[in-house]
Design a protein around this ligand. Structure first.
Ligand code: ADP
Ligand code: MG
Length: 623
């Protein structure tokens, strides 16, 4: 072994930052370093077991994958060894020090020094290995990559640099030796170590051995895949630890779904819905993260496509008994068996979700706040179980305050006699939605309107026709006839007379002449209360927000002309109808622009708008 082969390298800037924090750590819960090292060893065993399916010589005769922990109290050493995939020289350098992996930078910027907040982040951001520097002032990693004859030693005291050099041939896999800091002596206590393993790592499916005083391996964990155990044998704590392990999420699972399917399709699934939003929830790839196992062998997390994109917040595993072990990751997507599992898992989850939604409204609200918008993406997809999805959807409504949500079923139960449709209004935020003139005629008659304020709502309402036979209808549609619905009597303070029919018809014509092609039609409506006018879209036309979105995306060139609806009971309209022969152009344009503003549309001609408004203000001040 020549000195020439020793390389001294610097940690990347982000890792240096993370290391500084670990070295000077005041964290009280330092135990988690062991969980992180065991989790890495378990991953390494999974990787080799998978690789050995196609290249058995990589594993050779040594296929009893295991993790072995040894305490050397005299020399204050604690080591964690595995016979997994191991690391080559380059991998040691890349994985343990030089390359800032994605997320590390973000981690470095998020750490606060407060262990309640930071400790959960450690696993999540892929800096688990470095947490060992909380308890060790030097770490030695010896590793032999499966299939290689060479072994290497990586060493560092965590301050700025690390070295890598060839080492004497060691068994396949990785051995991590921690030189424990003063004050970390309790990790030399085998009872303590045993307790930590049982607390955090019992779910690991490989055996974890602790060497006793005579160097005999004593298995500490149960050592079988957690998902294969009967539900009654698994404690909530164990589910939670397993959830942390598979998801790298720091929160509590909101829902645990553990299920064994037998019959035509044989598989076991253990899925978790998180109680907070994963960081990558809105990344454009919409990656799903359920791990695929075949007969307990880990196959892949990527490309498995075990749940649809609209359930991408789910974490966990699916273990199939039917798929061939040597299935290649590349052909997975086209496997019909997987498609069937996906369908079954989706159905099962939505069924469970419905039960939960019905049993605990409050808890369901917190789930819906996190993932409702993602679930609704499913409504836009061609082969999704729409009815089942709609069953679990919850909406804001004009009948409720912001804190309360309604299901469609309960909306329908409140529908008025003669009401055929589920009415909705989409918009940016609840506040503006509640103020919209479009709602006036509905709310004054006690007719409930769903308020849809998620972006995805603009899309699914164009795809989904109905729920339980009731058609969805935007209140901005021009053909809504409120007179046929036996709503509550509009509470009118003073009975407002409508202008005579022929005057109104004449006014409509005049307005159309004045506005020209800016509107497609001018007509009366019963929808309005305190407002004089509003815009509406044709039946079958595009909703305002979707249209604006498509224009932004350059999918369509320009907005279609809207219908202007006027309120025949409104004083302004009455006055105008008496003077349709006079010059009412300015007043009409002002009303039209005002209606546009309320819909979030741009004013056609801002200069003209201001000039008109100014002249009205002047006149009213002079009067
Ligand atoms: P993460 O596990 O989230 O990737 P870690 O800091 O825990 O982050 O580990 C960094 C990387 O080092 C791992 O991704 C893996 O490639 C490598 N590694 C760590 N421990 C082992 C091990 N026991 N065997 C093989 N590779 C390992
Ligand atoms: Mg790790």
């Amino acid at each position: 072994m020549t000195k020439k082969n020793e390389e001294k390298l610097k940690f990347s800037a982000e890792i240096t930052k993370v290391l500084q924090l670990m070295i000077h750590s005041l964290y009280t819960n330092k135990d988690i370093f062991l969980r992180e090292l065991i989790s890495n060893s378990s991953d390494a065993c999974d990787k080799l077991r998978y690789a050995a399916i196609t290249e058995p010589e990589l594993a050779g005769n040594d296929t009893n994958y295991a993790i072995t922990i040894e305490i050397d109290a005299e020399n204050k050493l604690l080591s964690i060894a595995d016979n997994g995939i191991g690391m080559s020289r380059d991998e040691l350098i890349a994985n343990l020090g030089t390359i800032a992996k994605s997320g590390t930078q973000e981690f470095a910027s998020k750490i606060t020094g407060d262990d309640k907040k930071d400790i959960p982040l450690i696993g999540q951001f892929g800096v688990g290995f470095y947490s060992s520097f909380m308890v060790a002032d030097k770490i030695s990693v010896t590793s032999t990559r499966a299939g290689s004859k060479e072994s290497f030693l990586w060493e560092s005291d965590g301050i700025g640099e690390f070295t890598v050099k060839p080492a004497e041939k060691s068994p396949r896999g990785t051995k991590i030796t921690l030189h424990l800091k003063d004050g970390s002596d309790d990790y030399l206590d085998s009872f303590r170590i045993r307790h930590i393993i049982q607390t955090y790592s019992d779910h690991i499916s490989f055996p974890i051995y602790l060497l006793d005083d005579d160097k005999n391996p004593q298995q500490v964990n149960t050592g079988s895949a957690l998902w294969m155990r009967p539900k009654s044998d698994v404690t909530p704590e164990q589910y939670k630890e397993f959830y942390h392990h598979v998801s790298h999420m720091p929160d509590e699972p909101w829902m645990v779904m553990h299920n064994k399917a037998e019959g035509k399709l044989e598989y076991t699934s253990l899925l978790f819905a998180p109680s907070s939003k994963p960081m990558d929830l809105y990344q454009p790839e919409r990656k799903t993260r359920v791990k695929l196992y075949v007969k307990r062998v880990f196959i892949t997390e990527e490309h498995a496509d075990l749940v649809p994109a609209y359930l991408r917040f789910l974490r966990g595993v699916v273990d199939s008994e039917d798929l061939p072990l040597n299935i290649s990751r590349e052909t997975l997507q086209h496997n019909p068996m997987l498609a069937k599992i996906k369908e079954a898992v989706t159905k099962k989850f939505l069924t469970e979700l419905k039960k939960k939604a019905e049993s605990s409204e409050e808890e369901y609200k917190s789930f819906w706040k996190n993932f409702g918008a993602v679930l609704k993406e499913g409504l836009c997809e061609a082969y999704s179980p729409r009815e089942q999805l709609l069953d679990v959807c919850r909406f804001h409504s004009s009948n409720n305050n912001d804190d309360n949500l309604t299901s469609l079923e309960s909306y329908i139960s409140r529908m008025k006699e003669g009401q055929e449709n589920i009415f909705y209004l989409t918009g940016e935020n609840l506040n503006t939605l509640r103020q919209s003139p479009q709602l006036e005629g509905f709310t004054s008659r006690g007719i409930e309107v769903l308020l849809l304020n998620d972006h995805v709502d603009d899309f699914w309402v164009n795809v989904v026709q109905d729920y339980k036979g009731k058609q969805f209808k935007s209140v901005t549609r021009a053909d809504i006839d409120l007179e046929n619905i036996k709503g509550d009597k509009p509470e009118e303070k003073e009975e407002k007379p409508e202008a005579p029919r022929e005057d109104i018809d004449k006014l409509c014509q005049r307005i159309k002449e004045i506005l020209g092609t800016s509107v497609s039609e001018v007509r009366t409506t019963q929808k309005l209360g305190n407002s004089a006018v509003c815009l509406a879209t044709k039946e079958g036309g595009m909703d305002f927000r979707l249209e604006r979105f498509l224009i932004e995306q350059k999918q369509i060139a320009a907005a279609a002309a809207k219908i202007l609806e006027i309120n025949p009971k409104h004083p302004i309209i009455r006055h105008l109808s008496e003077k349709s022969d006079a010059n009412i152009d300015d007043a009409v344009w002002l009303l039209f622009d005002q209606a546009r503003i309320l819909e979030g549309e741009e004013i056609t001609d801002p200069a003209a708008f201001t000039r008109r408004l100014q002249s009205f203000v002047e006149k009213s001040l002079a009067a």
